[in-house]
Design a protein around this ligand. Structure first.
Ligand code: ADP
Length: 735
């Protein structure tokens, strides 16, 4: 049984590191393990003394939403020497620390790996082995903390999502000023050898050109870029944006400088060009909901791995691969993470690109399609594909429409919108979608083509069949939630009766509620989650010195996703979920908890309640109950977040998800048309990839009476949320 562990943050800081430390500390205390925090990374470990401090439950309260790292981080030259590492060993031995959790980038993880490898040598050198010559090993767990997202063994590193959102928001802001002044911007992103940030920002922000380190540029790449930008200006695009990763290189291997691009464009085109180097802004600020949840999951997994892992000494990194926690030997992480940089250094770009994996390659291809000035293929006159958005709007719908339509137009397929969901099809009112018009849609809120909630009435299916026939509609892409799935099923069921409806239909899941089968996330969910988390952060700020319990009601229909993830990401003490319902005995327990903790000095407690977690124990009922029974220990306030949750500009995650699903839907349609198939399918995010499922499978996976899928992956996180949010550890004596 592990008695003591130490946790540190090291190297470049990244948003979410605090959330990871909080999770490690609380999970470990819960197991009864003593926890030390090491200040300023390896420098603190080498220094020892007051740089290694015991941490209690409350020490990591209130840090979840903060950027940076409260432990401090540093680069340490002393730790790079064997003497430094020997000192570090001594300081761990003195405190009987048997495990070290390091949150950082590839440098920090290399350091951890080295220390683990040399451990017994240092222990013996210090004369600390047992009389029999035995050495208690050091267990090491690394967590990926880096905005660059350049680590092998995890799909996302802690901080990358926040950095990406900073870049994408900057692109949105620059677009408006660029359009006003007819200016071109060159935007430089961080990322070292990794083009992830630049590439995904180019996709999510609608860039005109992107330069990443992993791609070998042609000798005359600048001529192509200049010609493309010139052409775009000629056809009336008011502004353009070139995104350059800091590690992008010329064909000769020299780094590309943003000012060089500016000069090139000014000289060749005589246009107004400005350079924006985002720099450290990308690292700063409060972490996004995604980063908070990722960091929390990985922090908990680090301790669980140490506790539950098979016999033997751990020297691993824990990461999230296909939405599952996976541990990878540190040696492999270090070696493979470095490999891409080395291939680039050696000029083997093809290998560098293949090491990044299939989804990186696909994203690069997609950006290249979307940045085209005009479609690759001549438009054919063999019918049309119709795209529609139906049901309640969800942030990211426009991105999905824009990308799906452009992928189809690029193949020469005429693409039309059905305004206001299925109503356009019913009324025979279809509007052509134009390549140039679609370019600016990636970041727009709501739905440009209009959306409507609508149940088919008598004669509607016949009317749709009529429209399909008259307009030679060859396929439909429908973007929406469960109502849209049901409408699509009705269309499919009518195929025998109405042969015109024997056409392929592809559904793209878009709803903030994340209550759909066959996908882990639906479009709009991430934006809604961030809206909730920002609102709860603000509520925390208003609390001041009062003793208050806030009951915050969130959406989600019959899915507890938003309430649960909102609680995990905002550090709320409780989430009431429709999957679990609410019992009176539970409310009694919660009340008891509230009374005790407020009496012990707690100032604020946040409870999240999903709108449908109980039909009778409503938000208002719980407020009255708690207030009546508070015995003067606290007050209760409610906040019903309502439509604020669905509003706003889509987050980077939603735009990327929508782009990938839009491209996936277009690919599916093209395939069906080629095969002459009239299948009805759903695209979904399953693990890391976009996959396609038959609509029947989606219908089967739905728990009809409950209005949510039979299996929801996020319910696996309930235990973790409960363990981290309560007021103190369950087994240790400290509180
Ligand atoms: P990051 O972890 O963000 O990649 P660095 O590369 O600067 O940041 O590494 C952070 C610290 O980790 C370094 O200052 C050093 O103390 C330690 N470190 C990095 N690489 C090694 C190594 N090969 N051997 C020993 N320590 C290392």
């Amino acid at each position: 049984m592990l008695k003591a562990l130490a946790v540190m943050t090291s190297g470049g800081d990244s948003p979410g590191m605090n959330a990871a430390v909080r999770a490690v500390v609380r999970r470990a205390l819960d197991y009864g393990i003593q926890v030390y925090g090491i200040r300023f990374g390896y420098e603190g470990l080498v220094t020892g003394g007051d740089q290694i401090v015991p941490l209690q439950w409350k020490d990591v309260g209130g840090i979840l939403q903060k950027g940076g790292t409260f432990l401090g981080t540093a680069r340490s030259d002393r730790f790079r020497t064997p003497e430094g590492r020997r000192q570090a060993t001594l300081h761990l031995l003195e405190r009987e620390i048997e495990a070290l959790v390091v949150i950082g980038g590839d440098g920090s993880l290399s350091g951890a790996h080295l220390l683990a490898r040399e451990w017994s040598e240092h222990v013996e050198g210090l004369g600390r082995s047992s009389p029999a010559g035995e050495v208690h090993p050091l267990q090491v767990i690394g967590l990926p903390g880096s905005i660059d997202n350049d680590l092998h063994g995890t799909d996302m590193s802690i901080g990358a999502d926040t950095a990406l959102n900073h870049i994408v928001r900057a692109m949105d802001d620059l677009s408006s000023t660029a359009a006003s002044h007819q200016r071109t911007f060159v935007l430089e992103t961080m990322g070292r050898h990794c083009g992830y940030l630049a590439l995904t920002a180019a996709l999510a922000g609608g860039a005109s050109w992107v330069l990443v380190p992993e791609e070998e540029l042609e000798l005359r790449w600048h001529q192509k870029m200049v010609a493309a930008l010139d052409h775009a200006r000629e056809i009336g695009r008011t502004h353009q944006m070139v995104v350059v990763a800091e590690g992008a290189r010329h064909p000769d291997g020299l780094f590309i400088n943003s000012n060089e691009i500016r000069k090139l464009l000014v000289d060749r085109l005589g246009i107004d060009v400005r350079v924006t180097v985002l720099g450290h802004v990308q690292r700063g600020g409060s972490p996004t909901a995604f980063d908070r949840v990722l960091a929390t999951r990985l922090g908990v997994a680090a301790v669980d791995t140490l506790m539950q892992g098979p016999e033997g000494v751990h020297c691993h990194m824990v990461g999230l691969v296909r939405n599952t926690v996976v541990k990878t030997p540190l040696s492999e992480v270090v070696e493979k993470s470095r490999a891409v940089g080395m291939e680039i250094e050696n000029g083997d770009y093809a290998r560098a690109l293949s090491l990044r994996g299939g989804s990186f390659r696909n994203a690069l291809d997609l950006v290249k399609t979307l940045t085209r000035i005009s479609p690759a293929q001549e438009t054919r006159d063999d019918g049309i594909v119709v795209i529609l958005t139906a049901g309640a709007d969800a942030p990211g719908m426009n991105t999905a429409v824009s990308v799906a339509a452009r992928c189809l137009l690029n193949e020469g397929i005429r693409t039309y919108a059905s305004p206001d969901g299925f109503l356009g099809l019913i009324r025979g009112n279809l509007q052509p979608l134009d390549w140039h018009q679609l370019v600016g849609w990636v970041n727009r809120p709501g739905s440009e083509i209009g959306t409507a909630r609508y149940e088919f009435r008598e004669g509607d299916l016949e009317r749709i069949a009529g429209t399909v026939e008259t307009n030679r509609v060859r396929a439909i892409v429908a973007i929406g939630g469960w109502g849209t799935y049901r409408r699509a099923a009705q269309l499919a069921e009518s195929q025998d009766r109405l042969p015109a409806l024997r056409i392929p239909v592809v559904l793209i899941p878009a709803t903030i509620d994340n209550n759909l089968p066959c996908t882990e996330y639906s479009i709009g969910t991430d934006t809604a989650l961030n809206n909730i988390v920002e609102a709860v952060d603000k509520i925390r700020h208003t609390a001041g010195a009062s003793r208050r319990a806030f009951l915050v009601e969130v959406m989600g229909r019959r899915s507890g996703f938003l309430a649960l993830m909102g609680a995990l990401a905002s550090g709320a003490e409780k989430a009431y979920l429709p999957e679990l319902g609410i019992r009176l005995s539970e409310l009694n327990q919660d009340l008891e908890h509230l009374r005790t903790s407020f009496r012990q000095g707690k100032r604020l407690v946040i409870l999240l309640r999903n709108e449908h977690s109980s039909a009778r124990y409503t938000t208002d009922f719980i407020r009255s109950l708690f207030e009546e029974e508070s015995e003067g220990a606290f007050q209760v306030r409610t906040a019903i977040l309502g439509h604020i949750q669905r509003g706003g500009i889509p987050t980077a995650f939603d735009r990327i998800l929508a782009s990938r699903m839009g491209a996936g839907a277009a690919g599916s349609i093209l395939e069906s048309l080629e095969r002459g198939s009239a299948r009805c399918t759903v695209v979904g995010l399953s693990g890391r990839g976009i996959r396609e499922f038959p609509l029947e499978e989606a219908l089967e996976q739905m728990e009809m009476g409950e209005g949510r899928p039979k299996r929801q992956w996020y319910m696996d996180l309930v235990e973790m949320a409960q363990a981290l949010a309560k007021y103190g550890p369950s087994r240790s004596s400290s509180s």
